[in-house]
Design a binder for this molecule. Sequence first.
Ligand SMILES: [Zn+2]
Length: 334
Amino acid sequence: MKELLAQLCAAFGPSGREEGVREVIHAAVVPYCDKVEVDALGNLIAYKAASGKAIGEAPRLMLAAHMDQIGLIATHIDEKGYVRFAAIGGVSPRNALYRTVRFESGAQGVVGVEQLKLDYAKLEISKLFVDIGATDRAEAEKMVQVGDMAVFESPFMETPTQYVSGALDDRVCCAMMIEALKKVQNNAMELACVFTVQEEVGLRGAGPAAFALKPAAALALDVTLSGDTPEAAPQSTHLGGGPAIKVKDHSVICHPQIVEWMEKVAKEAGIPVQKEVLTAGGTDAGAIHLTQAGIRSGALSLSTRYVHSQAECVSKKDLEQSVALLAALMESSI
Ligand SMILES: [Zn+2]
């Protein structure tokens, strides 16, 4: 698990440029599923037929974890060789400041800020730039072109109880889904494990995937917030409290049958769970439940500290329990 997670976190994959992540996932899932395909948008779908049946013969359960991560895109290179950029996804200007970034070409740089009239409280992306060490525009353009994307660099590390990386959202759930798929012995429903694209820019990949799959039910797997650090905004979810069952976020009100099913399966498996209500933010379930004539959807969330920073932080125990719960859900029926 740790090696796979580290490999997934190291892969380059801002929204719309998920190829590197997809390669790692493809190699990891092939031995554990019956068919793998990549759709037009780049979603990777790993199918596991229902036990004793062929693909397409049983009702489908769709699971979705997004491959993409937040990042930036070069919008303009000035005459001194500084790269101006726009955010890909929810990038906080304060979290971006003085971080190192890596472009797909391999070029690296540091995020600097216009110093005159600097007001940290009103920091905007438009006041930031990437310093790639070029002395003028021509030199810079040999390394970075307008339209090139970059990700924020961050080390993968562990403390005795946690994994830490800037890419845990949502590579940790990609790893969770792969590990759960490995454990499944007997599944009455057909499983469609979808590793989605472009979640961070508006849940764009999951909807078309769900439209094609026509699942009987769907679960998104994603990180959520944690309310357990000093003076954190109050939150029902915290590290070490077990997998979180989403009830609502800004993109979806989870189907009550799905919430009940998740609670029942967790209880039968003896896995502690917490309920999640998120007042802002969304996940792939938000797009999935509105496709076709509506799809019963919910989400399994993993409590995470410092979301969208360079050091997102999850509990190893929560992750292990989430893998166990997800595997139990995959073997159950809804
Ligand atoms: Zn996410």
